[in-house]
Design a protein around this ligand. Structure first.
Ligand code: PLP
Ligand code: COI
Length: 344
């Protein structure tokens, strides 16, 4: 396969045009067949519920080229299931799991030349999304939905890649309410976080770390990723909260941590615990594992990385996870699906 002419090693986490996207419509209780389209725009009704009432959700997953040329996707079934939960929570027509998986395969196969070559550190980011495309003026769910996927080759989410980032505990803004929609991947959660994230960046931090909205005491997550810590006695700890996104990367790390003897714990984490951790990290599809170098909380600051490098446990977890994704480590948990076998 002749690859696209791109500077693979220096890709940013941004939109890079590919050949096509895929689109489906839900009307009268059924999804249409998928149509591949070269158009990067969507004609949309001015009364669409996604525009007015926030009926929109998305997913994010990655496709990799392995050493033998296989093009593979990581844990696609989990993203399909989470999209169903997101749709249901905001009263949209869910996309059946098999339809989701078929759509991923079709759109990736139609854009194979944009799958970054093995060894470049880049991947093909797959962005499925669903939105209310039918009009309503009263606050009601739409009677028409659109499901689309675009793909774009990407580099690391945080510009520094696998280098420590700096977080600030967000004390003013909340991202999600305790019984709200923080546990699903809907657009409004990200809109809610834009101002806090912008302010943190202006102040020289990479991102914010949210606390639970009710007590402002327990760690929730960062804007685009879950949070984990490594305790001084080598335990992997990560927040249990109803208002964070159940991260598929974090779920995978918990399983790897178990195997590595890190006795993972998912439980409420008091923000004071940040001062006794020896390592911390953000994790997600886009963020992969991003080591946390420091966290600022009010007047106090804890520094995990003094030399600008990741700690040994975050590094071991990163190597294990990316090793499985790239086929350099055995996929003993059945996380990998081959979309296109490499030519021998
Ligand atoms: N938390 C938030 C708010 C996210 O947007 C993401 C990204 O998807 C994650 C966590 C990480 O989830 P995952 O590992 O499934 O990508
Ligand atoms: C992802 O990791 O896939 C995300 O969606 C995070 C961010 C880009 C919003």
């Amino acid at each position: 396969m002749q690859k696209a002419d791109l500077d693979w090693k220096n890709l940013t986490f941004g939109f890079h045009k590919t050949d096509c996207n895929i689109r489906y419509t839900w009307k009268d209780g059924a999804w249409s067949g998928g149509t591949l389209s070269e158009d990067q725009h969507i004609p949309i009704h001015i009364g669409a519920t996604s525009l007015h009432y926030g009926q929109t959700c998305f997913e994010g997953l990655k496709v990799f080229e392995q050493k033998n040329g296989d093009v593979v996707v990581f844990r696609v079934e989990e993203n399909a299931k989470r999209l169903i939960r997101s749709c249901e929570k905001i009263f949209m027509a869910p996309v059946p799991e098999q339809l989701f998986i078929d759509a991923v395969y079709k759109v990736v196969n139609a854009n194979l030349k944009f799958v970054p070559p093995y060894g470049t550190g880049a991947s093909l980011y797959v962005r499925p999304f669903v939105f209310g495309s039918g009009p309503q003026v009263g606050v009601k769910p739409a009677d028409e939905y659109t499901f689309m996927i675009f793909v774009t080759p990407v580099g690391p989410y945080f510009r520094t890649g696998f280098k420590p980032v700096h977080l600030i505990v967000e004390e003013e803004y909340d991202r999600a309410a305790p019984n709200g929609i923080g546990d699903v991947k809907v657009g409004g959660n990200y809109a809610a976080g834009l101002r806090a994230s912008f302010r943190a960046k202006e102040q020289g931090y990479t991102e914010v770390l949210y606390l639970d909205a009710k007590e402002k005491r327990y760690i929730d997550e960062s804007g685009p990723a879950n949070f984990f810590g490594i305790t001084k006695d080598n335990r992997y700890i990560t927040p249990q909260s109803d208002s964070i996104l159940p991260s598929i990367t974090n779920m995978s790390l918990v399983s790897l941590a178990e195997e590595m003897g890190l006795n993972p714990e998912r439980r409420p984490i008091d923000v004071e615990e940040i001062f006794s951790l020896k390592e911390a990290g953000c994790c997600g599809t886009a963020a992969v594992i991003t080591p946390v170098g420091s966290i600022t909380y009010g007047e106090r600051k804890v520094v995990y990385s003094k030399d600008g490098n990741a700690g040994p446990i975050a590094t071991a977890l990163y190597n294990k996870l990316t090793g499985i994704q790239l086929g350099d480590e055995p996929d003993t948990r059945d996380w990998i699906r081959v979309i296109q076998a490499g030519s021998p």
